[in-house]
Design a protein around this ligand. Structure first.
Ligand code: ZN
Ligand code: ZN
Length: 55
């Protein structure tokens, strides 16, 4: 059996199991992050940090 595993690009945590629930693509950089690292606007923490939120 293969272990399906996903490592978040931002927090470096690894996840396995229900990945669809956890993986979120950043709208800005297109990298895959865990839900914890993507805000409500679909930006990962790194992008949100770089670009101050504006309308
Ligand atoms: Zn993360
Ligand atoms: Zn990003």
């Amino acid at each position: 059996m293969e272990d399906v595993q996903f490592v978040c690009a931002a927090c470096d945590k690894s996840y396995e199991g229900n990945l669809k629930d956890v993986m979120t693509e950043c709208r800005v950089c297109g990298r895959i992050h865990c839900k914890d690292c993507v805000d409500e606007h679909g930006q990962c923490v790194e992008c949100a940090d770089r670009k101050p939120a504006k309308k």
